[in-house]
Design a protein around this ligand. Structure first.
Ligand SMILES: [Zn+2]
Length: 364
C-alpha cells in the first residue's frame, strides 16, 4: 500500500520538483509492456501531412520530416541546429516571424527525454502561428519566434527505443555502463525493471538531468538524489557540464529573448515564480502564467513550492541569472511518458496560448 501511495504522489508531482531517493519500481506496472522499436528499422513515409497531428509516438525522425514539410508548405520558415548531441543528433531550431524584430520569444520542449510528447506540442505551436499569419494575423511582423522542440533527442531515443535507439557503438557502451552501475536495482535479472529504467529515461546520454545542470548560484547546494549518472535526477559533475546545457545557454546569450515558454510533462500545472527573480521579471512571469492558465485551466504552483531556492533548471537560470521572464508548463496527466492519446486534449488546452503570449510581449 505504501508503494501505491508513493506512486499516487508521483502522479501529482511535477517533473522538476519530483525527487526520489529510490526508484518506485511499482512504476513498471502499466509500463512493462513498453515496446522498443529499433529506430533504424522505422521508416518515415513520405507524407503530405504533418506527423505531429497524429497520435503516434513522436520521434526525432518524424520531427525532421515535419521541419522539412514546414519549409515546403509555408513561406519564411528557416531552421538550423544549435548543437550536435554526443550520439550525433541535431538540436533543431525553427525560426519564424520577423528576424529583425526587437522582441524575440523562445519555445522549448523535451528537455526531459520521457516528456517527448511536448515536442509535438511545440510543433503544433509552429503550425498554429503560421496558420494565423496565413489567415491575415500580423503579429509575426512584430516578433521573431524561435522553437527548439526537442532539446534532448538522445534521451528521447533512449526512452522511446532503448539501447536500439542509439546510433553509435560508444553511446551504447556508455548506456550499458550506466545500466550496470545500478545493478543493485536488479535491472539485469528483471526485464520489467530494465524496461522501466529505459522507458522512464529523463536524462541525456551521459545520464545527467539537463534541467538540473544549469549554472545558477544554487548549483552547489542543489540536492542530488542519485549522485552519479542515472536515468533521472543526476545534476552532473559540474554546473553546465553538458553539451545540451551549453548549447541552450549559448542560444539564449546570443538571442536576448524577451520571454521563454518551457514545455514539460506532467500534472497540468504551471511553474511561474522564482524567489531570486526581480520584481519586474516576476510580474511578467505571473502575467504569462495567467495567460496559460486562462487557456488551459492548469493550476499555478505556489511560490512556496516552486523549488527555486537552490534551483538549477533552465527556468531558474533564466529568472535568477539572466532576468528573462519564463513559464514552465506541465502538460498531461498520469506518469511520463504520458500516453500519446493525450495529445488531442493537451492541444485543446494549449491552442491559443502562444498567440496570446506573443501579443502580450509585443504590447510590453
Ligand atoms: Zn520535465
Amino acid at each position: 500500500m505504501q508503494k501505491r501511495y508513493v506512486l499516487g504522489a508521483m502522479t501529482l508531482s511535477a517533473c522538476i520538483i519530483l525527487t526520489q531517493v529510490m526508484p518506485a519500481f511499482a512504476g513498471i506496472i502499466g509500463h512493462s509492456s513498453a515496446s522498443y522499436k529499433a529506430a533504424q528499422t522505422e521508416s518515415v513515409a513520405q507524407t503530405t501531412d504533418f506527423t505531429f497531428l497524429s497520435t503516434d509516438m513522436y520521434t526525432y525522425q518524424k520531427m525532421e520530416s515535419d521541419i522539412n514539410l514546414f519549409k515546403q508548405k509555408y513561406e519564411g520558415v528557416t531552421s538550423d541546429s544549435i548543437g550536435t548531441t554526443p550520439d550525433g543528433r541535431n538540436i533543431y531550431r525553427i525560426i519564424i516571424g520577423n528576424k529583425e524584430a526587437s522582441k524575440k520569444i523562445l519555445v522549448i520542449g523535451a528537455i526531459h527525454a520521457r516528456e517527448y510528447i511536448t515536442a509535438s506540442v511545440v510543433m503544433r505551436q509552429v503550425k498554429e502561428m503560421l496558420d494565423k499569419r496565413a489567415e491575415g494575423d500580423k503579429s509575426l511582423d512584430s516578433v521573431c519566434i524561435q522553437y527548439v522542440p526537442m532539446l534532448n533527442p538522445d534521451g528521447v531515443a533512449i526512452s522511446q527505443s532503448g539501447m536500439a535507439g542509439l546510433n553509435k557503438e560508444e553511446s551504447k557502451k556508455k548506456l550499458q555502463e550506466i545500466i550496470d552501475s545500478w545493478s543493485e536495482w536488479g535491472l539485469k535479472e528483471n526485464q520489467d525493471k530494465y524496461n522501466w529504467f529505459l522507458n522512464k529515461w529523463k536524462n541525456n546520454l551521459n545520464g545527467v538531468d539537463i534541467n538540473h545542470n544549469f549554472p545558477t548560484q544554487g548549483w552547489n547546494q542543489r540536492a542530488d538524489s542519485r549522485k552519479k549518472p542515472s536515468n533521472e535526477h543526476y545534476k552532473g559533475a559540474s554546473a553546465g557540464s553538458e553539451s545540451e546545457t551549453q548549447d541552450l545557454i549559448k542560444l539564449v546569450n546570443n538571442e536576448n529573448f524577451s520571454a521563454v515558454l518551457n514545455y514539460h510533462t506532467q500534472g497540468q500545472i504551471i511553474f511561474w515564480s522564482n524567489q531570486h527573480a526581480s520584481a519586474e521579471v516576476l510580474a511578467m512571469d505571473k502575467a504569462m502564467a495567467d495567460i496559460v492558465a486562462a487557456h488551459t485551466g492548469y493550476r499555478l504552483v505556489s511560490p512556496e513550492a516552486d523549488g527555486s531556492k537552490y534551483g538549477t533548471g533552465f527556468k531558474d537560470w533564466l529568472d535568477w541569472e539572466k532576468g528573462i521572464p519564463s513559464v514552465t508548463v506541465e502538460v498531461g496527466i498520469g506518469t511520463s511518458p504520458v500516453p500519446e492519446a493525450q495529445i488531442e486534449t493537451i492541444w485543446q488546452q494549449n491552442a491559443g496560448v502562444l498567440p496570446d503570449i506573443v501579443n502580450y510581449i509585443i504590447g510590453k
